[in-house]
Design a protein around this ligand. Sequence first.
Ligand code: SF4
Ligand code: SF4
Ligand code: SF4
Length: 319
Amino acid sequence: MTSKISRRAFLKGSFTGLGSVAVSGSVVRAASSLVKEKTEPLVTVIDISNCIGCEECVYACRESNLSKYPIPEKPFPKMFPKRVPVQDWSDKKDVTDRLTPYNWLFIQQARAVVNGEEQELTIPRRCMHCENPPCVKLCPWGAAKQESNGLSRIDADICLGGSKCKTVCPWDVPQRQTGVGLYLDILPALAGNGVMYKCDRCYQKLEKGENPACIEACPEDVQTIGPRSEMVEYAHALAKETRGYIYGERENGGTNTIYVSPVPFDQLILEMGKGKPPMEKVDNLMADGNNLARAMLLAPIAGVVAAFGKFYKRIKDDE
Ligand code: SF4
Ligand code: SF4
Ligand code: SF4
């Protein structure tokens, strides 16, 4: 028999009430502190057992970030070398079952056998917002950046679509749209051909002291956001209470997204495919000597290129 795991089945008694009151307070403090002072990174705890797979979060993300989505120019310039693939999602904007340039959050289906019974789970997936993000450190153009609150985002005005961020992301998160961005003006046949897109943590809402759209929209309070130390403590308390398991606290050296699951992560059978991130153990990529050296070499060059990109965009906007 297949059944949906519900957090309510696991959380009985005082912890649920006490936990949610304490956490609501920290959410408000965390969001306001973005405006007033730079404190700890913001971490989201995602309680998988509470997700019912309704996709309210997915549609809230799309609505809230609509103005950031690509509007490509067609026909696309021919690329050199020809092996650089065209990636066009502009006619498939409705796709919600994977990550795309127009869908930065999706609900991944998973199965597991618990005590001999097959269970189904639904897992919200998006950028993990790594503490030391390879996509930021290894972007040759300085287009990806990390804010002091721990979120990482790609500047669509600077990105040339070369996909380095996707290549070095352990979860393959950033997604490219061809026919948009700076490459059309400066290197139409040579650059990566487009712009990379991913969850930017609703930075514009956080700056105003508001919570990300996906958190606001969820009817089951699956996600909880707050300062790192409080959220790590909360995730461990939740895992202890529910006899659950944690993913994200240490993966890739630590991320600002922590999943709590009622099933061990290595026993989850995830729906996989392109644009559907895995949930494996991930070593700290930026602890690798080669990546560290590359990041140190790239930092000054990326800074200059990013400044040029911003300058060029300003001139274009003034025209
Ligand atoms: S809105 Fe909440 S319950 Fe619905 S799919 Fe998203 S995380 Fe799950
Ligand atoms: S999950 Fe991938 S895209 Fe997100 S911050 Fe980490 S390396 Fe970057
Ligand atoms: S934080 Fe914002 S951009 Fe990221 S998945 Fe949630 S709604 Fe989308």
